[in-house]
Design a protein around this ligand. Structure first.
Ligand SMILES: O=C(O)C(=O)C[C@@H](O)CO
Ligand SMILES: [Mg+2]
Length: 391
């Protein structure tokens, strides 16, 4: 069997045009700081990491990650690549444990686990290519004719702009939509009313026969969320996402136990055991690990089994092919998040400019090809003018 001979990392720094963020476009963890600065400071993904794992026979698997790419690159180059080179990619579970355990003192959450994720995703792409099968066929196969997706954008804006965007999205056949709150604890009662007006306005144009999800991106507090939940309930949100900071697992459990609106989260949780804690403590009703942070496909598939046993649906955070393959192969993953193709804004959509082959939604669904090996993406040179690449 062919062995891994190299791991190549590149940081893709977007230098092209970006859509400037509106004020109050999305609450986030930095809102609690007394000096208000850049509204996008705690989430801007204008850099991306690609990680290519190559075997002796010249086959290349592609992985990627979007968290702190320059630091993750250094971690892979200096620490993780040497652990992987010389291994058989089909020993993926062993390789994962080797990466996890050899760096356990410092690597098990955050940067370290993101590095493991990027390599692991590349190894799955590689395995698919080596056996000429799509990754979802290695994970269990097709559990759905096609994957329903939810439209994920609707950042807070004027009521008219949000209604226009929702109507436009609905006209493309989406049956589920996720919107972002613009106001949080620092905005007091007046901000609460602004939040509620926008949810009401979205229901006004979308009606109540489709799903509406609401995202806080960790910009609220426990107290604020407790006050908001009864006010949101009449609008029948499918879930309230990441109301409080990721470390406040007790807060998630308390909010979820209120049973007013299902609480979702997990996109900032790491590893099998980290997600198992969210599940075991019933901290979330919907688990949303991010595959390129949580530990890649190897970890995600184990988490899927734990979540399924607890009957907690898994809807991975973000678009991207690795998430779609997992969703296709798991009955307990009912739907995928979908970032519409758009000019670069917060950066969620940057992967469309780095890769070719990402599935595109049509009529509210997307499809994976039974005959395309691996994840089905390649690195494109179409937008090279708009990137500064560090190797
Ligand atoms: O898509 C999500 O769930 C995110 O958290 C993305 C981020 O951009 C906040 O909206
Ligand atoms: Mg989210």
């Amino acid at each position: 069997m062919t062995k891994i001979k190299s791991v190549r990392t590149r940081v893709w720094n977007w230098t092209g045009p970006t859509v400037p963020p509106q004020g109050n476009f999305c609450t986030n963890a930095s809102d609690a700081l007394w000096i208000m600065g850049d509204a996008m400071a705690s989430f801007r993904f204008h850099q991306w990491l690609t990680c290519e794992v190559e075997t002796e026979d010249g086959t290349i698997g592609i992985g990627n990650a979007a968290l702190a790419p320059t630091v993750v690159k250094k971690a892979i180059d200096d620490w993780y690549a040497p652990l992987v080179i010389g291994e058989d990619p089909f020993d993926y579970a062993y390789i994962w444990e080797k990466m996890y355990r050899r760096t356990h003192a410092w690597g098990r959450k955050g940067i370290g686990m993101t590095a493991i994720s990027a390599i692991d995703i590349a190894i799955w792409d590689l395995m698919g290519k080596l056996v000429n099968k799509p990754v979802f066929k290695l994970l269990g196969g097709r559990t759905k004719e096609k994957i329903p997706v939810y439209y994920s954008k609707l950042y807070a804006d004027s009521i008219e702009a949000m209604q226009r965007e929702a109507e436009e999205a609905a006209s493309h056949g989406y049956q589920a939509f996720k919107s972002r709150f613009g106001f949080g604890p620092k905005d007091g009662m007046a901000g609460m009313r602004e939040n509620l007006k926008r949810v009401e306005a979205l229901r006004e144009v979308l009606g109540y026969d489709v799903d509406l999800m609401l995202e806080c991106y960790m910009g609220w507090t426990l107290d604020y969320t407790k006050r908001m939940l009864p006010k949101l309930a009449p609008f029948e949100p499918r879930w309230l996402e990441e109301p409080v900071i990721a470390d406040d697992v007790a807060g998630y459990a308390e909010l979820n136990a209120m049973g007013i609106v299902p609480i979702s989260g997990g996109e900032h949780e790491f590893s099998v055991i980290g997600c198992a804690e969210l599940i075991n403590r019933k901290a979330v009703s919907i688990l949303q690990y991010d595959t390129n942070r949580v530990g890649g496909i190897t970890a995600a598939q184990k988490i899927n089994a734990i979540a399924e046993a607890a009957q907690i649906p898994v809807i991975p955070h973000a678009g991207q092919m690795h998430n779609y393959h997992l969703t296709m192969a798991n009955t307990n993953c009912p739907i995928s998040e979908y970032f519409p193709v758009f000019d670069v804004e917060v950066g969620n959509e940057l992967f469309y400019y780095i890769f070719e082959g990402d599935a595109e939604a049509a009529g509210g669904y997307l499809q994976l090809d039974d005959d395309t090996p691996g994840l089905g993406i390649s690195i494109t040179d179409k937008h090279l003018d708009h990137f500064e690449i560090t190797e």
